[in-house]
Write a protein that binds this ligand. Structure first.
Ligand SMILES: *Cc1c(COP(=O)(O)O)cnc(C)c1O
Length: 235
């Protein structure tokens, strides 16, 4: 079932890329495995899906030793400052740097650990009060400083549009993120090549609008469990 779902998602990625006259190889699929058990996730890994996304540091770290070491992990959820030290060595990319303070803390801890983390700046394009992320104008005001951080490599921008069952409703937010990236990139003369946008309901639209990373959970693993996965025997 999971292998078939993956195949379907990959086909849809290829079709969306074709509609946009892009190469499917520009788009990285992150299988979002939060709440699912290592056994379930292994089905996806066995079907060739080696990039996984998790939104909680603790849950992800508990799963990591139970899955093949060739898996690469991306942190897609809000990162608390007190988890940075655990997160940095474990995740290949962090999609959710949402304040200047967090970026500074990540930079400092990365220095202590001898790491050069790849990050995305999360932007709250719709200005929803319930969501994390930079306000686009504030991001512009802070980018100069963010670019001086020595350890973090800012690869691009990430967003989560307001939930809407109609994928077309997300389009304007994806366009807004891309246009923001284009403006910042030319103003600050930095490439910011990556756009992390698009989830199960709208990744096709996101690819049409320039996504280079799509974060897809439900379409691969089915409905999520109610809460975080924990090893049996844990609290
Ligand atoms: C859970 C989650 C996803 C995946 O959502 P689906 O709708 O299940 O594909 C993507 N991005 C983030 C930040 C998430 O927290």
């Amino acid at each position: 079932m999971i292998a078939e779902n993956l195949e379907l998602v990959r086909t849809e990625i290829a079709q969306a890329a074709e509609r946009a006259h892009r190469s499917a190889s520009e788009i990285t699929l992150i299988a979002v495995s939060k709440t699912h058990s290592p056994e379930t996730i292994l089905e996806a890994v066995d079907a060739g899906q080696l990039i996984l996304g998790e939104n909680r540091v603790q849950e992800a770290r508990a799963k990591m030793p139970l899955l093949p070491s060739r898996v690469r992990w991306h942190l897609i959820g809000h990162l608390q400052s007190n988890k940075i030290r655990q997160a940095l060595p474990a995740f290949e990319r962090i999609h959710s740097i949402d304040t200047v303070e967090l970026a500074r803390d990540v930079d400092r801890v990365a220095g202590e650990l001898g790491l050069f983390p790849k990050i995305f700046l999360e932007v709250n394009v719709a200005g929803e009060s319930s969501k994390f992320g930079f306000n686009p104008e504030k991001l512009r005001a802070h980018l100069e400083e963010l670019l001086t951080l020595e350890r973090v490599a800012i690869d691009g921008l990430m967003t989560i549009p307001p939930y809407d069952p109609d994928p077309e409703a997300s389009r304007k937010y994806f366009v807004a993120l891309r246009e923001l990236r284009d403006r910042l990139s030319s103003e600050f003369r930095v490439p910011l090549p990556e756009l992390s946008m698009g989830m199960s309901g709208d990744f096709g639209v996101a690819i049409e609008e320039g996504a280079t990373f799509v974060r897809v959970g439900t379409a691969i693993f089915g409905e999520r469990k109610g809460k975080a996965w924990k090893p049996s025997g844990a609290e």
